[in-house]
Design a protein around this ligand. Structure first.
Ligand SMILES: NC(=O)C1=CN([C@@H]2O[C@H](COP(=O)(O)OP(=O)(O)OC[C@H]3O[C@@H](n4cnc5c(N)ncnc54)[C@H](O)[C@@H]3O)[C@@H](O)[C@H]2O)C=CC1
Ligand SMILES: O=C(O)CCC(=O)C(=O)O
Length: 394
């Protein structure tokens, strides 16, 4: 039986894939085998000795201590693209909101309650304060052309905008999916200095933290509108507030409200709703659960952010040994030497590595004793060993 802990509400569509015979799912599980999480902050969390995997039902993994997980041999998954359409639709809404002062106008209209028959007249008199430009023909910069950025860029083309995209690490898949009308920016500054609208779709990390700062606002086209449904930390709030004050930025839409951003007429604060659609929540949960299940049951890795993808068909009657180790010479050799010394025959084997971590699947004939398990675990540089028979032993 595997124990799965949920840290946020995870769609039933995903959880129902975990059969009750094999998985116990609870938000109170102690020392779980795996954790399913959305946005809960896990950065300071202590991990139990059983923890093998964390699956983020979503894209951003900045709430998970990836390096610490890698060090402990814990595989971290996310669900690439599963909520991209939900976010894209809200970005398009944000684009219109940033231009047409829709929500400010709605709040104002609501404030007329109690004015009786005067309301229609007051509306016509007051509406000019909420005027805003059309987006057709305007230039939009899309920073980050991954699952969300490509969809946003393509839809902006359909809306008649001139679209310029910046992503020095764009994947071949994303490039294939991008409209040929999208102009390629060769620098971030090209976006910052020429666009009427800027939307950002990059992960938050050391390289992107604070990418919207006073140096960038200094070169920005006056009156730019900025949409940030990625992460609050991409923007230096103080510098943004100054840029809004002096008119450099006409409107800032963020999915990440913070105290200092509230109550400003030029800031639209959305309560992190980018992926809050039944469709996105289901897609993410199904993908996250399937990935965790495959890993716990078979050691198969797909869509991990810290481990390599690795998949090998299970050989009937075999025992599967999984190891994670430092990506240095002779790690696999030491494992196979232990097997040879114990007269264990290898039926199949697969090794992959990603950055500084190596991952190894070995199917052997017959059983693996606890002594063999312990000898492998004691090899210097081994971060994790698991033995899977019909169900996981260790
Ligand atoms: N508001 C919400 O509810 C949601 C927010 N997000 C945020 O959106 C971000 C993007 O999501 P996806 O498009 O699904 O991820 P993705 O991984 O498909 O795309 C990210 C893209 O950013 C690019 N990139 C990385 N560093 C860059 C840099 N310095 N400059 C330009 N491009 C850079 C990558 O090459 C990649 O193409 C997530 O990391 C997350 O923070 C994602 C889903 C929901
Ligand atoms: O689960 C959510 O609602 C947040 C989604 C998100 O921010 C992400 O996928 O990065």
């Amino acid at each position: 039986m595997y124990n799965i802990k949920t840290l946020n509400s995870i769609s039933e569509k995903g959880l129902e894939l975990l059969s009750k015979d094999e998985f116990m799912v609870s938000n109170e599980a102690e020392n779980p085998d795996a954790i399913l999480v959305r946005s809960a902050n896990m950065l300071e969390m202590e991990f139990g000795s059983n923890l093998k995997a964390i699956a983020r039902a979503g894209a951003g993994v900045n709430n998970i201590p990836i390096d610490r997980c890698t060090e402990k041999g814990i595989v971290v998954f996310n669900t690439p693209g599963a909520n991209a359409n939900g976010v894209k639709e809200l970005v398009i809404a944000a684009l219109f909101m940033s231009s047409r002062r829709i929500n400010q106008g709605i709040s104002w209209a609501q404030s007329l309650k109690g004015k009786g028959d005067e309301v229609p007249k007051l509306v016509e008199k007051g509406k000019s304060q909420f005027e805003g430009p059309e987006i057709k023909g305007k230039r939009i910069g899309v920073i980050g052309l991954g699952a969300i950025g490509v969809m946003v860029a393509n839809d902006a083309v359909s809306l008649g905008m001139e679209v310029i995209g910046y992503d020095p690490f764009i994947s071949v898949n994303a490039a294939w999916g991008l409209s040929s009308s999208v102009i390629r920016a060769t620098s971030l500054d090209q976006i910052m200095s020429t666009c009427d609208y800027i939307t950002v779709h990059v992960p938050l990390g050391p390289e992107t933290k604070g990418m919207f700062n006073k140096e960038k606002f200094a070169i920005m086209k006056k009156g730019a509108r900025i949409i940030n449904l990625s992460r609050g930390g991409l923007v230096v709030n103080k510098d943004m507030l100054d840029a809004l004050d002096d008119g450099t930025v006409a409107c800032y839409v963020t999915d990440f409200p913070e105290q200092d951003l509230l109550g400003n007429d030029k800031i639209i604060t959305i309560p992190h709703l980018g992926a809050s659609t039944p469709e996105s929540e289901e897609n993410c949960a199904v993908m996250a659960v399937n990935q965790v299940k495959d890993y716990l049951e078979k050691g198969v890795i797909k869509n991990s952010v810290n481990f390599p993808n690795c998949d090998m068909a299970v050989k009937p009657g075999c025992t599967r040994i999984l190891t994670a180790h430092e990506n240095v010479p002779n790690m696999v050799g030491q494992v196979t030497s232990i097997l040879a010394a114990n007269k264990v025959n290898i039926a199949d084997m697969l090794t992959h590595h990603k950055n500084n971590i190596g991952y190894n699947m070995i199917d052997v004939d017959g059983k693996v004793t606890e002594d063999i398990y312990t000898s492998i675990k004691n090899i210097a540089g081994i971060k994790m060993v698991r033995i899977i028979e019909e169900k996981s032993l260790y």
